[in-house]
Design a protein around this ligand. Structure first.
Ligand code: ZN
Length: 552
């Protein structure tokens, strides 16, 4: 059992923006963050995360809760599993009341192995020579905790002699069960090892590079509860400080590139886990709001990967650029040859993301052939449509120039008139919802408000108002409203002003409905109209909040 007090201190140390932001991409929207809801398919974001309330809420499907609930629902975990996952993500040590724990065991095994790998490297001349020949300094080897894993049996011997439980080592991705199910074998053997850390510096797995011409050049830990390679970036924990400080992140292709970049002083360098950059990396990349520099090989595979990544990053609103290293020269080689200044120059001259994408796409077509040119136009237009309207408009002239066409071909689709129409229609709703939102935050004002309005005046929002009066704090509509920052919490003076305007509008409408009503006698009509026109509305206009009269 996890100790309750340690659950409490975990809760206090995590931030919902970090938690949700490490699974899905969040964008700042006022005081809150927004995203496309991960629980129901949608194209416009209605999923809101509130840092001040430490909750999330989806206006589309109604889900909501705190950090723990989010992890439980998204990862389909039980409560204790979600707690352990959150602890592992945040490098937080939970305490247990009795027995052993999953994650602390896995962590212990990974850390023990990491130290053993490091020790092995010092005893393996071939492996050490390989690293030094690649230009990696002793300092970098220590800094990145590069190690070596010998033959398979020695891993099993080590685990057994260190009394590390084999099933837990299997869970941590270190060993795997053999096919007949009767024993285990080490997954990583005879390789140089690179420990892989989570962004919060928790050891979660290893990458291994062969030095004995094994056909698989690199092997990583398998996907485990701790190790999700599609979200991790190698070296991030060491690069984090520089990324935040310099507002820049360099993404390169291999682990050795990262090590060499750091060695040459480019401490913002990270790499994917041998996979392409995907949208799952975006939450991590967004942290610290850096410019993203893609530093890839200039070979065919590198160019294709850079194009895909640049398209994705620009569509996600990132600023940044692309550096393609001259064919056959990877950055690690350049730095090893003492050409760090050349690398710095290439990085400075990185081609901005959007121009890079436009030119690369166009270069795939023979623009002298009208049909190919038409296809290129379609491809460029499709790409431009993934960008925000303002950015798109700014780059249309460049796209046109690249193709040798007039910018008018790319047209404009925005319709400001229609946007304004929607806005006025919603204005009345804004007043009512702002009143309700203010009352959610200041329930002590409810009685005052109730003395001048009736629930029925809130039309479509009457149900929401009733829930508020009955303090149904979990009501999804109220939770949604409380995190929706298109409505502000007003001061008492502002609230009274909005209330008065709301009432004036209400009584104006009432006058019209009374005048045209067939059910009310002439005498009653005259009385009501006189009362509203000569008494209630003038008093409201003078600044008085007129008490609600049920007989009206
Ligand atoms: Zn939803």
């Amino acid at each position: 059992m996890i100790d309750n007090s340690s659950i409490e201190s975990l809760k206090n140390s995590i931030d919902i923006v970090d938690v949700v932001g490490s699974f899905i991409e969040l964008r700042k929207a006022g005081a809150n963050y927004k995203a496309n809801c991960p629980f129901h398919g949608e194209k416009t974001p209605s999923f809101v995360v509130s840092p001040s309330k430490q909750i999330y809420h989806c206006f589309g499907c109604g889900v909501g809760g705190d950090s723990i609930k989010f992890v439980m629902e998204l990862e389909k975990l039980s409560y204790p599993e979600a707690i352990e996952k959150l602890a592992a993500m945040n490098n937080f040590s939970l305490t247990y009341t009795k027995g052993s724990s999953d994650y602390s065991d896995a962590k212990r095994i990974l850390e023990a192995l990491g130290q053993w790998y490091v020790k092995n490297l010092n005893q393996n001349e071939t492996a050490m020579r390989y690293l030094l020949d690649r230009g990696i300094s002793q300092n970098s080897i220590e800094n990145f905790e590069i190690g070596y894993v010998p033959k398979g049996q020695s891993v099993m011997h080590f685990l057994q002699s260190a009394l590390l439980p084999l099933p837990k080592a299997a869970e941590a991705g270190i060993i795997a069960q053999s096919e007949n199910g009767r024993g285990y074998y080490a997954r990583l053997v005879e390789r140089i090892t690179f420990p892989i850390y989570s962004p919060s510096a928790a050891l979660v797995g290893f990458g291994g590079r062969t030095i004995s011409n094994h056909p698989a050049k690199y092997i990583n830990s398998p996907q485990t509860k701790l190790f999700n390679k599609s979200r991790l970036l190698y070296g991030y924990h060491l690069a984090k400080e520089s990324i935040y400080k310099n507002k820049k992140i360099i993404i390169c292709e291999g682990y050795l590139d990262v090590v060499m970049f750091h060695q040459a002083g480019f401490k913002e360098a990270v790499a994917g886990m041998g996979t392409a950059l995907t949208t799952e990396h975006l939450p991590l990349l967004r942290k610290g709001d850096p410019k993203v520099i893609l530093a890839y090989d200039g070979d065919k595979a590198g160019v294709a990967a850079a194009l895909k990544a640049a398209q994705m990053l620009s569509a996600a609103g990132f600023d940044g650029g692309v550096v393609l290293f001259p064919d056959g020269l990877d950055p690690a080689d350049l730095i090893a040859k003492g050409q760090s200044a050349e690398v710095a120059k290439l990085l400075r001259e990185a081609k901005p993301l959007i121009p890079f994408v436009l030119e690369m796409i166009a270069s795939q077509y023979d623009l002298n052939d009208p049909r190919a040119k038409e296809a290129a136009f379609g491809a460029l237009k499709q790409y431009l449509d993934t960008l925000s309207q303002i950015i798109k408009d700014a780059y249309i002239p460049m796209a046109a120039t690249v193709l040798g066409l007039s910018p008018s071909f790319f047209g404009k689709e925005a319709n400001p008139a229609r946007a304004r129409e929607n806005f006025t229609q919603k204005k009345d709703d804004v007043a009512q919802l702002s009143i309700l939102k203010t009352l959610i935050e200041h329930p002590e004002l409810i009685d005052n408000v109730l003395s001048v309005v009736d629930v029925t005046m809130f039309g479509g929002y009457a149900g929401l108002f009733s829930a508020l009066i009955n303090s149904e704090n979990e009501h999804p509509g109220l939770v949604g409203l409380s995190v929706d920052d298109s409505f502000v919490v007003m001061s008492e003076v502002e609230l009274n002003n909005v209330l008065r305007n709301f009432l004036i509008k209400h009584y104006d409408l009432k006058l019209k409905s009374i005048a045209s009503s067939q059910q009310i006698s002439f005498e009653k009509k005259s009385f009501l109209i006189r009362k509203i026109r000569t008494d209630i509305i003038p008093r409201l206009k003078k600044g008085e909040l007129v008490a609600y009269d049920p007989s009206l």
